[in-house]
Design a protein. Structure first.
Length: 575
């Protein structure tokens, strides 16, 4: 049986195809191009005003899965969108919240069931639906989303519950507001700490206000379903770090019931100047607020001019997907020795492995360099993955381009543990798209367009393949995929860049039972790929290009990926 697929396969016909996973093909669904992405006014590139969110296409896209959705499992993605060609769009000149839902189909893979806006806000500085996050509720039949919205010069955290096809099941609900405090920007999806068909509790953390007075809050939110009448309410909020400047904390669940683990960059400078510190937070409803913080512990403190900032966290898991108590933490080490004005210093990624206990954070392996050696070394995100024929637990670190390059590809490093020594090793390395912009387009068109700060948050997660083992099914030999939400700066067929960010959904074969793990590593690794190109102002408008303060069908870009593949060969290392 042959099934017509809406997406494209990349891998089997190019030089990247050096393993069975690649032979299965990385599948990319082009959801929306970077055109029809919103125009605020004539000559918006030349007359941008600070904080006027003109929209970057689709940014800060976070996704999650509703495993028990009516009609089949759904991957629902929510992002800050500015596309103007979506039917019924409230977007004419500013951003809103865009919901995109796809059914996981055993024969076709990803089948779109909805793409619609789920907000119609008019906020101060056009902060209408900023940096949304999502978590499944009620046994995976619906999705709770949080986002920032500024109706009165005081950004607050809001939420609503969405159905499998982006139906708005509740109205816009205020979740957290503080006087003279802009809260609560998230970098990670909320963690489900308790779940039933009638009540779900979620734990999460995020930054507070800017302007050198940041703090970091953790909150607990309860979603209830009373015979179809759904609601969201906050049942606790707690300031965990009093100094946390814009980089946003990263949060994962733990194997300790009703506890979440977070890591933050501490310090009220840019970049934060105290170090990266992590905490264990008790989310149980009856816990006194002064007892919410079980402990706090530095991963790395500032060492003179060397700062530790911008953490990302992923949990290692058991075969059934439950947490095993171990976490990987990747953070950015910034050398500010030669820092000039607001430009960031030289950056390097470090990755450490830890065990989370009620007594404290145990170091399994000290942070080390070179486990995620490619990319911009400043805007990474991470997720928990299973990898290889046996589905071994690992973390995936993803980096992209920080300069809006059409050839700044998304690079992923799969980091696991050596079977004999237990030490962290790079299990695999891969490129999974034409391009992926982690900051420049968001800086240029987003919340701070005239300053060298800001980023576009990425997302990845594990999903089961419903086509596994089905004759004629979608990639039937693949048991699990890594799903990635990708925001590329694509090229049109004529070779010119699209206006703003496009949106792709990517399925990367991860667990293929019976797959040959491949040969042992070569003693001499392949040379590194070409370095990132220098920042380019694509339209000559004079926009500043810089780093952050720690804080459709396939087009011509696919052809560039083929050439890039010759320089960046996917390497599989056997444990």
């Amino acid at each position: 049986m042959t099934t017509k697929l809406a997406g494209t396969f990349v891998g089997a016909a190019i030089a990247l195809a050096s393993s069975a996973a690649m032979a299965q093909g990385i599948y990319t669904l082009n959801v929306h191009s970077g055109d029809n992405a919103g125009r605020a006014y004539e000559n918006e590139e030349g007359n941008r005003n600070n904080n006027d969110q003109l929209g970057a296409g689709l940014e800060h896209t976070r996704c999650n899965i509703m495993k028990a959705a009516v009609g089949g499992p759904r991957i629902l993605c929510i992002g800050t969108g500015s596309y103007t060609d979506i039917p019924g769009s409230p977007v004419q000149d500013r951003i809103q919240g865009l919901c995109i839902s796809h059914r996981l189909d055993p024969m076709q893979g990803l089948v779109q069931t909805a793409m619609k806006y789920v907000s119609n806000n008019r906020g101060d500085e056009y902060q209408n639906f900023h940096a949304p996050v999502a978590a499944p509720v009620f046994g995976g039949t619906a999705m709770a989303v949080y986002y920032n919205y500024d109706p009165d010069n005081n950004t607050k955290l809001w939420g609503k519950i969405l159905g499998p096809d982006c139906e708005e099941l509740t109205g816009q609900t205020l979740l957290l507001a503080k006087n003279n405090d802009d809260v609560l920007g998230h970098a990670s999806n909320p963690v489900v700490v308790a779940d039933s068909p009638t009540e779900t509790r979620l734990g999460s953390c995020g930054i507070g206000n800017g302007n050198g007075r940041d703090d970091m809050w953790c909150i607990g939110v309860r979603a209830t379903n009373n015979n179809g009448q759904m609601a969201l309410e906050t049942y606790f909020d707690k300031a965990v770090e009093l100094e946390e400047e814009r980089s946003r904390s990263a949060v994962v669940g733990t194997n300790i019931p009703d506890h979440i683990f977070e890591c933050s960059a501490v310090g009220n400078t840019q970049p934060p100047n105290r170090g990266t510190r992590c905490a264990l937070i008790n989310t149980a409803p009856n816990t006194p607020n002064e007892e919410r913080i079980v402990w706090r512990q530095y991963i790395q403190e500032r060492q003179g001019k060397i700062y530790a900032t911008t953490p990302a966290v992923a949990a290692f898991t058991n075969p059934d997907g439950s947490y095993n108590g171990e976490v990987g933490v990747a953070f950015v080490e910034v050398d500010t020795t030669d820092r000039n004005g607001r430009e960031k210093g030289a950056t390097s990624l470090k990755h450490g492995r830890y065990r989370v206990t009620l007594q404290g954070l145990e170091t399994i392996e000290e942070p080390q360099y070179n486990l995620a050696g490619f990319g911009d070394q400043a805007h990474q995100h991470m997720c928990s993955v299973n990898w290889g024929p046996e589905g071994k637990s690992a973390t995936m670190v993803v980096q992209g381009s920080v300069v809006g390059s059409v050839t700044g590809v998304p690079r992923a490093n799969i980091i696991g543990a050596d079977a004999l020594t237990g030490k962290a090793v790079v299990v695999d390395e891969l490129v999974f798209g034409d391009s992926y912009d982690t900051g420049w387009i968001s800086q240029y068109y987003g919340n701070n367009p005239n300053t060298p700060q800001g980023r576009n948050h990425g997302f990845c997660m594990m999903v089961d393949n419903p086509g596994y083992g089905i004759e004629g099914g979608f990639q039937p030999t693949v048991k699990q995929f890594v799903f990635a939400a990708n925001a590329p700066r694509r090229l049109r067929i004529d070779g010119t860049p699209e206006d703003k960010l496009a949106f792709d959904m990517v399925l990367i074969p991860a667990v293929i039972p019976g797959e040959d793990p491949g040969p042992s590593p070569d003693p001499d690794p392949e040379p590194d790929p070409e370095p990132e190109p220098d920042p380019v102002d694509p339209d000559g408008s004079g926009a500043q290009v810089g780093g952050c303060s720690a804080g459709g069908g396939a087009g011509a870009g696919s052809l560039l990926l083929l050439g890039f593949a010759a320089a960046f060969i996917r390497r599989r290392r056997s444990n």
